[in-house]
Design a protein around this ligand. Sequence first.
Ligand code: UD1
Ligand code: CA
Length: 456
Amino acid sequence: MQLEVIILAAGQGTRMKSSLPKVLHPLAGRPLLEHVITTALALQPTAVHVVVGHGAEQVREQLAQFPVNWIIQHEQLGTGHGVLQAVPALSPDSTVLVLYGDVPLIGTETLAALVAAAATDPALLTARVADPAGYGRILRNAAGALTGVAEHKDATAAQLEINEINTGLLAAPARDLIDYLPKVGNNNKQGEYYLPDILSMAVEEGRTVATCQAASELEVLGVNDRVQLNQLEREYQRRQAERLMRAGVAVADANRLDIRGTLSCGHDVSIDVNVVIQGDVVLGDGVEIGPNCVLQDVTVGAGSTVHAMSHLQEARIGERCSVGPFARLRPGTHMADGARVGNFVETKKADIGVGSKVNHLSYIGDCVMGDHVNIGAGTITCNYDGVNKHKTEIGAGVFVGSNSTLVAPLQIAEQGFVAAGSTITKAVGREELAVSRSRQRNIEGWQRPGKQQNED
Ligand code: UD1
Ligand code: CA
């Protein structure tokens, strides 16, 4: 069976009260529509057609990397009209699955079952909910077979009592969409072309419409406003945290870990509260992440600790390293095994050698550092001359005294020694001591200023 997917994503999302098109609002760091496209692609369909309207250009641009067929719906005249825009692109022998761009957590297993149920006749995904307000109600005959969907605004008082609702997601043979959709009218309270009308058309021809239920209610929840978006976000994050815990990660608080990307962890990893993970993060065995840390596209080797309040971006950290508290590792930072970067240290494009230490209050940028180097407190690599960036090369075993400024381009050869408070502008040779500061003078018998005696 050949599958095609249509994703409806043309609506404005007025209730988001945002200039960003609704389907671009992020859930776990990715646009709502991206979640749906990814799920659709996982079903390996022959085509995914995405119907866009409001903010179409912006939506297409932001999701340009996905192999989907973009279809513009210029006016949003209803779900039936939206699907109709994709009908010319369908091949008549396909089974078609209709998804919503604002129902992001729908799962592949639920969809596979829905598609399987629609091999010869349409099938609809329904749900029983405590509060059906606003949804289309599922109408069934005495035998329990589906006869149609009554939209909330069109429903009778008796129909409003029904708590089985239309999730909006359905599957049908492409031929049914091709045959029925052009016949759907808009003679209803909203003056819209309703997609579920194709179901009653099938029933009128004596056919049966199967119904399926989602594995969990979360899967069929739609996003209409920021409150619903946040509910989905929190639930999604809590589930990710629980998955990690089941896999053996010590998560201090499932409600205070946000993963906006992918996180993979070795054995006995522990993650304290208020940690944000972005992009792809890999934590080796025994890694500890302290409270209030942000890690984006970072690899941390086994046995390393990232202490509280540290911000790490595009960095590679070796084994048994220590980072922070209050460290900022910017892109291109590479710490070899056993290296340490301490409090109030910023690094960028920095190679820090095995066992090397940058423990306090430093800026290390565009720097290659050998093994077992000791960088004193307050050391600054002056890598920028106002126009260009220059490199600082520091050999193995170098000792840089506190409050030194290293003016790049600069080389300090192995075992070199820079005296505290120096401004170094010339290369330092192997085992040399470089001192560059004014000599200390002590003035004997010096008189301290006293308080002036003023008249008034
Ligand atoms: C729709 C269903 C309703 C169901 C509910 C579930 C119809 C007529 N009603 O109602 O039975 O209970 O979903 O949430 O189908 N869209 C377009 N183009 C359009 C109209 C809508 O792309 O012309 C998209 C929207 O962006 C959205 C989705 O289709 O992603 C659903 O549209 P929405 O207006 O939210 O449908 P409801 O009226 O809530
Ligand atoms: Ca809706």
